[in-house]
Design a binder for this molecule. Structure first.
Ligand code: GLU
Length: 450
């Protein structure tokens, strides 16, 4: 058994039943071979064993009362994974699928993603197995307040700064911020993704989606190409997908699909983004309602998806932007994309492609931007929000957007140069993993055994 196989096998004993976490660890560790062989310091310092173990895991009860007067109980999490580079930073996810394994996979990815931004932020993640779907505004508020009643004692502007993720947007951040302020009496930057009225940063809402598209432009630029005229499959219909579509249109490309928990929407002449924003940002309705305005569009329900895959990736397109959730793109999906001529994948969601799908993209030699590089624009802009809060400044949209673009460019260069350094030109998975890991690992070594 190799050193890496041994580490994963040990993890399965010490942290049982955390499938997505093992997947994320395997993906990173399998890239590190060339680095570990070139320098035995990481093995001597037990960096791998230390880095896969969170510094601290907080789990708590979230009791709350629903609109019928019934008591509900959810499970809450904050995994403070690694603080070598700065305060723990990463979002909160409210979704019924949330469990310790999912939060750990997200937290683990966040460490390297945050390192890649070049900024001073450590890695963490949290959330709850709460399903916001169908809940009233008052229920959301009571849930958020109960969540913060426990979380407040663990966070702070220089210790741990959560943000949004799936199911957590400006509304939830607002309710949690209000409760923190009430409990502590302090008005400080303990959350990012805040409203523009009180401490939020311009361009934060757009940053993850825009950043994923900027990353795609940098990948194409390397090949002397660009996004103009490209037909693009986008999945998801949340914040990341909506602003990925917006930037695609701005750069002359055409997004032709999106998806939500009800199914997949395909519109061959291009998605009407204004309508999607109306359906999703305001009323939170299902995508199927799009057909009322555009009967020629195609909506496929989840029950009708192909076996071992998703309807969305079966359409022909030049590029794919998975912006929904983990493991939404399988090996069969990857093969269908490649057969249909897809030449680029840039990931807006966290770990949307299975490890087998990633292998298929790398083998085919297409431009593949792994999530921890391609979607780092969101958290990077969160750090810009922290910087504005700490210095009591408010920057313009253009100023933040320009910094975001530069950060995405730096991430691309760092992943691409690191891949070249280890003789794997174009392998941005290896490049991103080694570049992110090396920065965290070297900081850990310099800070001693803590
Ligand atoms: N949830 C986002 C991510 O996956 C953003 C985290 C943040 O802004 O802290 O990176």
């Amino acid at each position: 058994m190799t050193y890496i196989q041994q580490t994963i096998s040990d993890l399965k004993h010490t942290s049982p039943a955390q499938t997505e976490f093992y997947q994320a660890v395997e993906e990173v560790l399998n890239s590190l071979g060339p680095l570990l062989e070139s320098n035995d310091i990481y093995q001597k310092q037990a960096i791998i064993q230390r880095i896969v173990e969170p510094e601290r895991q907080i789990m708590f009860r979230i009791p709350w009362v629903d609109d019928n007067g019934d008591i509900q109980v959810n499970k809450g999490y904050r995994i403070e994974f690694n603080s070598a580079l700065g305060p723990y930073k990463g979002g909160l996810r409210f979704h019924p699928s949330v469990n310790a394994g999912i939060i750990k996979f997200l937290g683990f990815e966040q460490i390297f993603k945050n390192a890649l931004t070049g900024l001073s932020i450590g890695g963490g993640k949290g959330g709850a197995n709460f399903n916001p779907k169908g809940r009233s505004d008052a229920e959301i508020m009571r849930f958020c307040q109960s969540f913060m009643n426990e979380l407040y004692r663990h966070i702070g502007p220089t210790t741990d700064v959560p943000a949004g993720d799936i199911g957590v947007g400006a509304r939830e951040i607002g309710y949690m911020f209000g409760q923190y302020k009430r409990l502590t009496g302090r008005y400080e930057g303990i959350l990012t993704g805040k409203s523009l009225l009180w401490g939020g940063s311009l361009a934060r809402k757009e940053a993850t989606g825009y950043g994923t598209v900027y990353f795609a432009e940098y990948m194409l630029d390397e090949l002397g190409d660009d996004l103009k005229g490209k037909r693009c499959l986008v999945s998801g219909a949340g914040n990341v997908a909506i602003y990925a579509m917006e930037k695609l249109y701005q750069l002359g490309a055409t997004p032709i699909s999106c998806s939500d928990s009800s199914g997949t929407l395909y519109h061959h002449t291009g998605i009407d983004l204004k309508l999607i924003k109306r359906l999703k940002e305001g009323r939170r309705s299902d995508l199927v309602e799009y057909l009322t305005s555009y009967p020629e569009a195609i909506h496929t329900q989840v029950a009708d998806y192909p076996e071992n895959g998703h309807a969305i990736w079966r359409y022909a397109a030049d590029a794919a932007f998975p912006c929904a959730t983990q493991n939404e793109l399988t090996l069969d999906d990857a093969q269908a994309l490649l057969t249909n001529g897809c030449k680029l994948v840039s990931e807006g969601a966290n770990m949307p492609s299975t490890n087998q799908a990633v292998e298929a993209f790398l083998e085919a030699g297409i431009s593949y931007g792994p999530s921890k590089a391609a979607n780092a624009g969101g958290v990077a802009t969160s750090q810009l929000e922290m910087a504005q809060n700490a210095s009591m400044q408010k920057w313009t949209f253009i100023h933040v957007d320009q910094q975001l673009k530069q950060i995405m460019k730096n991430i691309f260069i760092s992943a691409s140069d690191t891949a070249k350094e280890f003789g794997q030109d174009g392998n941005l998975v290896l490049g991103a993993n080694i570049a992110g890991f090396r920065r965290v690992a070297d900081a850990m070594i310099e800070q001693g055994v803590v």
